[in-house]
Design a protein around this ligand. Structure first.
Ligand code: UD1
Length: 441
């Protein structure tokens, strides 16, 4: 395996180092930010390569620890991965149905590790996979994946934190079925699209998630020779094929990274221009920022945000796409702490995604929380403080608050941030922020 040194170093540090962000806030920013490839797409596209014996070359892959961990996971399954800057060459000519035991913890550390199950079952007919992990934002069950895969002919057993799965059809090949998901699940929709691509016959997925990352998955699969139709709508049809080819594919831009920096620009009342961005994926976020008092200029290749000095409070409710993304709830709440008025922020996707509230209040915010609804009373100032990020997007939210507060803030939880943001501090430093990634001795 040859993955980038930095990313590898970072993936180790998830387990052994306490790292933090130091921000000297209160500065106005100006300049350009280039958006990286999407984490939530890259991770599933990496797993998709299991479906083909040919080589998959992915471009625009973000250099983040989740990608480094996913590379190790795939390598533990017998695959060969080479990386060069934003390119990953993935070869899965030979693949195991169970990872080597020494790598079990990697599976537990990443939710996206579970993306392997569908492709392995489709290709090998059996899989022994350690249960997945990820951010501590709720219980994150996998029942929708399991129930739907059972309909394609899989039998499951749980043993010692492992999921033991076997295709029980006569030829050990998955068989297409009609599936109606009980709830919208991005992960379950992805799992089923991958599995059904090599199944015998037609699979119809109803109540599917509609996220752009699902369209990206369908696009790569169709390039590999699959027959996936309707991605981006609630009904997706997959005609199974016998085999899939290798291909070259460019990962879509990260709409959550883009949204985070748009919010950071609004928070610091700074005019920032974005490249490699897809504004149509950010419609709901842009709409809410416009309601706050931000203006936007568009061209073919750029999006520029021009915030007012005084921003208005706006309410949000997180919802599956095309609604307001749960992944931007925490950053948007940070923005609302200094807006004019009172904002109501309702989290409906995950049941435990409000760890940042207490930390934002330590910085002088006035947020009260009842169940999963936060009431944010805008204040004029935040105070630089020492706070802790408990998950990926919550840590980004605290860093955004730190950019606004005059003076030096310390934000612990850099290991969460590095899971999903490529060069977070560097990108902000280039536009004038005083921000560093640091390591505790
Ligand atoms: C993905 C994203 C994550 C994002 C989330 C929602 C990746 C790697 N992660 O996570 O960043 O926040 O979508 O946009 O792409 N659920 C069940 N049973 C299941 C699966 C899900 O009840 O089998 C529930 C979950 O508990 C949650 C909701 O469905 O309340 C949405 O989860 P899901 O869309 O599956 O999120 P992930 O795919 O885990």
């Amino acid at each position: 395996m040859n993955i980038k040194n930095n990313a590898l170093k970072n993936s180790r540090s998830v387990f052994i180092n306490k790292k933090y962000i130091e921000v000297n806030g209160g500065k106005s920013l100006e300049g350009k930010i280039k958006i990286s490839g999407a984490k939530n797409s890259a991770l599933v596209l990496m797993a998709t390569s299991i479906l083909s014996k040919g080589q998959i070359n992915l471009f625009n892959v973000p250099q983040i620890t989740d990608v480094a961990i996913m590379s190790k996971i795939l390598t533990s399954m017998g695959m060969n991965i080479k990386s060069n800057e934003d390119k990953l060459e993935i070869n899965s000519k030979s693949i195991l149905h169970q990872p080597q035991e020494v790598f079990t913890n990697l599976f537990h550390s990443l939710r996206a590790s579970f993306f392997c199950i569908g492709p392995i079952l489709a290709r090998l007919g059996s899989a022994n996979i350690p249960l997945p992990g990820g951010c501590s934002i709720g219980s994150r069950p996998i029942d929708e994946h399991i129930i739907a895969l059972e309909k394609l002919g899989v039998q499951f057993k749980f043993k010692n934190n492992y999921l033991i799965a076997e295709v029980i059809t006569p030829k050990k090949r998955l068989i297409g079925a009609l599936i109606k998901f009980n709830c919208k699940s991005v992960g379950a929709t992805k799992t089923l699209i991958m599995a059904a691509s090599l199944a015998k016959g037609r699979t119809i997925l109803k109540n599917s998630s509609q996220e752009p990352e699902i369209v990206d998955l369908a696009n790569i699969l169709n390039k590999m020779g699959a027959k996936v139709k309707g991605a981006g709508t609630e009904c997706i049809t997959i005609e199974g094929v016998e085999s899939l080819e290798g291909c070259d594919y460019r990962v879509m831009p990260d709409r959550i990274e883009a949204g985070t920096y748009l919010i950071a620009a609004a928070m610091t009342r700074s005019k920032i221009t974005f490249s490699s961005i897809e504004p149509k994926h950010l419609k709901e976020v842009i709409k809410k920022l416009e309601m706050c008092g931000c203006k936007f200029e568009y061209s073919d290749k750029f999006l520029k945000i021009i915030p007012n000095q005084i921003l208005n409070s706006v309410d949000i409710t997180t919802l599956p796409y095309p609604g307001f993304p749960t992944d931007l709830q925490a950053p948007f709440m940070a923005l609302m702490t200094t807006a004019n008025g009172v904002s109501t922020i309702k989290e409906t996707v995950f049941e435990n995604r409000m760890h940042h509230v207490k930390e934002l209040n330590k910085m002088g915010a006035q947020i009260s929380l009842k169940d999963n609804t936060a009431k944010v009373v805008g204040v004029k100032k935040l105070k630089a403080s020492s706070v802790i990020g408990f998950d990926l997007r919550g840590t980004a939210a605290l860093a955004i608050a730190g950019l606004y507060a005059n003076g030096k803030s310390i934000i612990q939880g850099l290991e969460h941030l590095e899971r999903g943001y490529e060069d977070f501090a560097l990108k902000l430093k280039k536009i004038g922020a005083e921000i560093k990634h640091k390591k505790q001795n």
